[in-house]
Design a protein. Structure first.
Ligand SMILES: [Fe+2]
Length: 281
């Protein structure tokens, strides 16, 4: 299986991800060995840094050039791209267009957006939807890690219903410590509201760029075809700046043929939401 990983903290010493160049090298090896053909480095653009975005961009761009040089020098068989994981603030809504487009994935219209874990508010959800008016396509990262979404999945449905792309972390699907999170992440996927799975890797030991185990879970619980859409096809379309495929379109096809898709608490709602196909505008 091949992967396109659109959410990683593989650049060294720019955020809380890779802590050294050596760690970045180890992570590259893991990514390639596990089948990743394209990797998007997406350092955090945090709340504080939002005040001085251009400085952070300058620093990250320099490190990305060094990252590309490393890949070339070591002859690593992987395609690198650059993006950011942007911490959503209201200030973000006001930054100039040129800066906003710098934060997108590899010059596409897609931008990774993170919501705060502690200071959640439904108005933030509205803010993300509003971002679309700035001619960018927000991708909401790891909603399964936000307690409010677990308690009120309709908030997530709201986002999905407003053309916000939803990305779940591969590690969230691995039921080692947080069973509730793993179950919720899988439920979201089976309900058809998740478009993409990415690693959100941070190091070479625990949060690593290896999505195989998560892929196997999704393939087993849905189908290999459906898993491929989330782990490869849709993320590939993101970096190509193309419209993605709605999982529900594929999902209901499978639903007709596979009895293991029993109705869950989310399916009826998702069915209403995705009654018609949507595409990138
Ligand atoms: Fe991240």
């Amino acid at each position: 299986m091949k992967f396109v990983d659109i959410h990683t903290h593989i650049l060294w010493e720019v955020d809380d991800g890779a802590k050294s160049k050596e760690m970045t090298e180890n992570m590259l090896k893991t990514a390639v060995d596990s089948g990743t053909e394209t990797i998007v480095a997406t350092p955090h653009m945090n709340r504080d840094e939002n005040k001085d975005i251009s400085e952070t961009i300058k620093k990250v761009k320099k490190r990305f050039r060094e990252f590309k040089a490393l890949i070339k020098e070591r002859e690593v068989n992987i395609k690198p791209e650059l993006g950011y994981e942007v911490y959503f603030t209201y200030e973000l809504m006001r930054i100039e267009n040129s800066l906003l487009s710098e934060l997108t994935i590899d010059g596409t219209t897609y931008i990774l957006v993170e919501l705060p874990f502690e200071y959640f508010s439904p108005t933030l959800v509205e803010g993300i939807i509003e971002l679309r008016k700035r001619n960018v396509d927000p991708i909401l990262v790891h909603p399964e890690r936000v307690r409010e979404f677990r308690e009120n999945p309709l908030l997530l449905a709201d986002l999905a219903n407003n053309d916000v792309v939803v990305q779940v972390n591969s590690e969230s699907l691995i039921d080692d410590t947080d069973t509730e999170k793993a179950r919720f992440a899988l439920r979201l996927i089976k309900s058809g509201v998740v478009h993409i799975v990415a690693s959100d890797c941070h190091d070479d030991k625990n949060r690593i760029p290896d999505m195989r185990a998560a892929y196997e879970i999704v393939a087993k619980e849905t189908s290999p075809y459906f898993a491929e859409l989330l782990f490869y096809e849709n993320p590939k379309r993101i970096i190509e700046d193309k419209p993605i495929t709605e999982p529900s379109e594929v999902y209901y096809e499978i639903l007709d043929n596979k009895s293991k898709f029993s109705k869950s608490w989310f399916i009826d709602m998702a069915g209403k939401i995705y009654s018609k196909l949507r595409g990138k505008k």
